[in-house]
Design a protein around this ligand. Sequence first.
Ligand SMILES: NC(=O)c1ccc[n+]([C@@H]2O[C@H](COP(=O)([O-])OP(=O)(O)OC[C@H]3O[C@@H](n4cnc5c(N)ncnc54)[C@H](O)[C@@H]3O)[C@@H](O)[C@H]2O)c1
Ligand SMILES: O=c1ccn([C@@H]2O[C@H](COP(=O)(O)OP(=O)(O)O[C@H]3O[C@H](CO)[C@H](O)[C@H](O)[C@H]3O)[C@@H](O)[C@H]2O)c(=O)[nH]1
Length: 335
Amino acid sequence: MSAAEGTSKPAVLVTGGAGYVGSHVCKALDRAGFLPVVYDNLATGHRWAVKWGPLEEGDVRDSGRLETVLRRYRATAVLHFAALSLVGASAKQPLDYYDVNVNGALSLAFAMQASGLRRLVFSSTCAVYGMPATMPISEDAPTLPVNVYGRTKLAAENLFSDLARAGTLDVVMLRYFNAAGADRDGEIGEAHDPESHLIPLAIQAALGEGKPLSLFGTDYPTPDGTCLRDYIHVEDLADAHLKALQLLETTSGAHAFNLGTGIGVSVRDVLAAVGKLAGKPVPVIESPRREGDPPQLYASPAKAERALGWKAAETHIESMVGSAINWHRKARSAA
Ligand SMILES: NC(=O)c1ccc[n+]([C@@H]2O[C@H](COP(=O)([O-])OP(=O)(O)OC[C@H]3O[C@@H](n4cnc5c(N)ncnc54)[C@H](O)[C@@H]3O)[C@@H](O)[C@H]2O)c1
Ligand SMILES: O=c1ccn([C@@H]2O[C@H](COP(=O)(O)OP(=O)(O)O[C@H]3O[C@H](CO)[C@H](O)[C@H](O)[C@H]3O)[C@@H](O)[C@H]2O)c(=O)[nH]1
C-alpha cells in the first residue's frame, strides 16, 4: 500500500466522514493504522466530528476536486458515506436526492477511475429491499425500494456493480439496517438537525429537551402493534468497514452484505429502554402510521458472518441506547 504524504499510514478517503456513521468509522480507521482523509461539504456533518485526520471541504459532485484530493494523499481506498438520507425529505426533493446520491456516485466513480483507484466501500441501506415479504432479509431478496431515497441508493449500487462487472472497480456494498448508539468514549455521536430518527428523538423527549415523541402507528401486525427494526450499534458498523477493506485486499468484483443483528426490536421496546436509562419515561403521543414505514425489517447477517468475518458484538438495545444517552449528556454539558 502506498502511504499518505508526511505519514507512514495508508490514506483512505472518507466521503461524508463528518457525519454520524462516517465519523465513527474514521475513529476505527485511525485505531487500525489508517489515515482517514475526510471529504465532506458539511451539509449535515460537523467540523467537530473530524478528529482523526484532515478535512478536505468539497462536494462529491465535484469530480475534479475529488481526483485532486485522491492523488494528493495517494489514497488506497474510498469509503463513500456522503449522501442525503432522509426518507420523508426524499419524496419532497427527488432532484436533490438523485443529484447527491446518484450524480455523486458517478462523480466519485470518474474520479477513482482517473486516479487509478479500484477499492470502494459503499454505504447502502436496507431501504433497497422496500417491503420484503419474508423475514429475516437475506441479500438475495428482491430489491424493490418503496421510496426515492432507497431508489437512489439502489441506482448507486447498480452503477458500482456494473463497473465491477466491467472489471474497473472492486466494491463492497454494506446495507446497514438502523444505525444506533454512539462512540463508547463519548467523543462523537448522532447529531442531526433537524433530527428524525427514533432514538435521539426519544432521548430528547425523555430529558424534557424536545417535544413528546410521536409514536408512528400502534396497529401494525407485530407483537406489540409497533414497527420492528434491526438496530445495529455504530461501532459494529465501523468494524464491518475495516473488514470490508480487508476483503478488498484479496477479492475483486462487487459484494453486498446486510449489516444488522438479526433481531427485530419494536418501537415500544426502544422507548422502554430509553425511559429506563434516562430515569424518566418517554412522553409519547400515539399517532397515525408514517407513510412508507414497513411493518418489520430485520436482517439475516449470515452472509456477512460467513464471507466478511463480521458479526455484531452488541445485540442489546439497552446498551445501544445507553451509549447514545451517555454521548447526549456529555455533548449537552459541553455546550
Ligand atoms: N443512519 C442510518 O441509520 C443509515 C442507515 C442506512 C444507510 N445509511 C447511509 O449511511 C451513510 C451515512 O449516514 P449518516 O446517518 O451518517 O448521515 P449523515 O447525514 O450524518 O452523514 C452524511 C455526510 O455526508 C455529507 N454530505 C452530504 N452531501 C454531500 C455532498 N454533496 N458532498 C460532500 N459531502 C456531503 C454530510 O455533510 C454528512 O457529513 C449515508 O450514505 C446513508 O445513506 C445510514
Ligand atoms: O418520531 C419518530 C421517529 C420514528 N418512529 C418509528 O421508529 C422506527 C425507526 O424510525 P427511524 O426514523 O429512526 O428509522 P427508519 O427505520 O425510518 O430509517 C432507517 O432505515 C431506512 C430504511 O428503511 C433508511 O436507511 C434510514 O436512513 C434509516 O435511518 C420506525 O418504525 C418509525 O416509524 C416513531 O415512531 N417516531
